[in-house]
Design a protein around this ligand. Structure first.
Ligand SMILES: [Zn+2]
Length: 112
């Protein structure tokens, strides 16, 4: 385990809270578009969201026309599109994690 105090911290574009970079999902600005970058390797300016559906929802619901950290304009349909894409990634990640659990279920999944 890396030591917590040395983990790079990033600010969430959804809740504006801080989190460990490794625990967040990256989005990147590429050629005027925003793309999900789950592996954190895309070129371009990046932003981060907690791997949390609530944060993605907050991000989707934001009225801001611009992502300042990415220096990119993000209109409503584009914001919803990227939020959906991240939502699907989270869903898949959750399922992967779930499939890797071999112990008893300790997590209550309240997703509808
Ligand atoms: Zn957040």
């Amino acid at each position: 385990m890396p030591r917590r105090s040395y983990e790079p911290q990033r600010t969430c574009l959804g809740c504006a809270g801080r989190g460990a970079k490794a625990a967040m999902i990256r989005i990147a600005a590429q050629e005027g578009k925003v793309v999900a970058d789950p592996e954190g390797r895309a070129l371009g300016r990046g932003g981060y969201l907690h791997r949390d559906v609530e944060c993605v929802r907050k991000f989707a619901a934001s009225k801001a026309k611009e992502l300042r950290s990415l220096k990119i304009r993000l209109d409503r349909p584009e914001r919803l599109r990227i939020s959906e894409e991240i939502g699907r990634l989270l869903d898949r990640a959750a399922k992967d994690a779930y499939n890797n659990i071999d112990g008893p279920k300790t997590h209550q999944n309240s997703r509808q």
